[in-house]
Design a protein. Structure first.
Length: 90
């Protein structure tokens, strides 16, 4: 079809890069029962922005990034931060 963009075949990744972040504590005034508000949401937003940025620069976005590297995200959770870490379990 005349206006269709050419298909880009994604090559196999050369390697998988590990990206790690640390959740060392929960915000002091975070209400665990209302984890969808303010400070807890900011934790999730920051993690989502990091993952999105990595994704855009990876082979998973090859058509635009031309990267040959995949990624795997990890979160290290300090025991004192377990109460606010549920969203990082996936």
């Amino acid at each position: 079809i005349g206006n269709a963009e050419p298909r880009t075949t994604t090559p196999q990744a050369k390697a998988t890069i590990a990206y790690a972040t640390l959740l060392s504590s929960c915000p002091e005034d975070m209400d665990v029962e209302k984890a969808h508000v303010d400070k807890a949401q900011k934790l999730l937003d920051a993690a989502a922005v990091l993952k999105h940025s990595v994704h855009l620069s990876s082979i998973r976005n090859y058509a635009h990034s031309k990267s040959l590297y995949d990624y795997k995200m990890y979160a290290f959770i300090h025991p004192s931060a377990e109460r606010c870490s549920a969203a990082f379990a996936d």
